[in-house]
Design a protein around this ligand. Sequence first.
Ligand code: MG
Length: 257
Amino acid sequence: MIIIKSEREIELMAKAGKIVASVFKNLKDELKPGVTTAYLSKLAEKIIRDQGAYPTFKGYGGFPGAICISINDTLIHGIPSDDIILKEGDIVSLDVGATYQGYCADACRTYPCGKVSKQASDLMLVTEQSFWYGLKFAKIGNHLGDISHAIQEYNEKHGYSLPREYTGHGIGSHLHEDPSIPNYGRAGHGPILEEGMCLAIEPMVAQGKPYTRVLPDEWTVKMRDGKLSSHYENTIALTKDGIKVLTTYEGEEINNV
Ligand code: MG
């Protein structure tokens, strides 16, 4: 069942969203060779807690970190660790959730560490662009499949593939609500988009084949072929005044299409 949010609920989610975005703003320049992912996670947690929120992922399903940090061929759910040290050329995704007064926001950015290959920067760019392209189809009265299809089409046009096991999701007082939002699908299919829906749309994109495996830690999701992967996500709200993207910060560089 898709839960429709009131204006007040969307306001609280927007506050959570600004807190998530502030983590990106502050961590972006901390991604340097030699830094551990545990350090980044602790910093993110402090930023979130200092603003009266808590890190949604911490303890969620038993997840041990405050945020997920996934490097290169790790697609999602990387556990922050003192043993994982960033190096020049890595691409690093920061997946961040914040809960503020009972309402959640969830977003992800993939950033370069130092100078990265052209292949890596192209993959990050197209992943982000596919989000903004998909967003053009997030309109009241459209079908959810219109968004999914657009994300799939945009990435496949650039020669990338889309793992099918993991999807975007509805979001509100719970991190994961209906509907699930695959990064592939058929236009004109799926639920009709309505005012008050809040969605976390999150292209997860593979440079190679779309097949994944989960490490024995039961969280870390890697690409089976060891090729690069990238992830970009925002929480959005469908309102009578149009689409609101809740998890960007003022002045953030956006690669729209
Ligand atoms: Mg999400």
